[in-house]
Design a protein. Structure first.
Length: 204
């Protein structure tokens, strides 16, 4: 389905696949006017924010290729480097495997000395972006861009009701993905699973 909806990579964007703390990643860079695609080689670029992108897919599907066009568009529109992460997926790797990957890779990026980051993700990726920000509370995490994220445990409020029969992602689908991710009972008070369950919202 992702391939059917994709409209290709944005022009002027190059990428390199790499590993961050053992997590597969793809580093997107926008070509500069000089013709070089490596922003790190240009004065004044090193301390610009980078975007860490966590893909959606219910923690069950998705990866570097499924969101390649989206990440390239974000890179093209902002001019910022984008680092997309391919965290482990359920059911082979239930919670907290994907959270652990998100935190480990983000910590590795923060530790490279190349400046601040913005955490970004859609759906399941928005959940991981928020949960990672809560876990690390690092001063170099300067923003969160959460695209229709799943943040709280209460299925009886808000969008769970209003959009219960939304195209491509129904309330029943959400329950299924959660069950697959958990491989056990729900953990409504676990901020690694539900960022809104956290009691401390300082230093985010």
């Amino acid at each position: 389905m992702c391939n059917a909806l994709s409209h290709g990579r944005a022009p002027g964007i190059t990428s390199v696949d790499r590993s961050l703390a053992g997590v597969p990643a793809r580093h997107y860079t926008k070509h500069c006017a000089s013709g070089s695609g490596d922003s790190d080689n240009h004065a004044g670029q090193a301390m610009r924010p980078r975007i860490i992108y966590f893909h959606g897919g219910g923690f069950v599907v998705g990866g570097l290729d499924s969101h390649d066009d989206i990440c390239s568009e974000v890179c093209a529109a902002t001019g910022l480097d984008v680092l997309a992460l391919a965290y482990r997926l359920a059911p082979e790797h239930p919670h907290p495997a994907m959270f652990d990957d998100a935190v480990a890779a983000t910590r590795a990026i923060l530790g490279d000395g190349n400046g601040p980051v913005i955490l970004c993700g859609d759906s399941a990726g928005g959940n991981l972006a928020a949960a990672t920000a809560h876990a690390l509370r690092h001063p170099d995490i300067i923003g969160q861009l959460l695209i229709y994220p799943s943040l709280g445990p209460d299925p009886g409020t808000g969008s769970f009701i209003i959009h219960a029969e939304a195209p491509l992602l129904t309330r029943v689908d959400l329950h299924y993905y959660l069950a697959v991710r958990l491989e056990g009972p729900d953990k409504a008070q676990d901020p690694q699973l539900y960022p809104l369950a956290d009691r401390d919202f300082s230093r985010l």
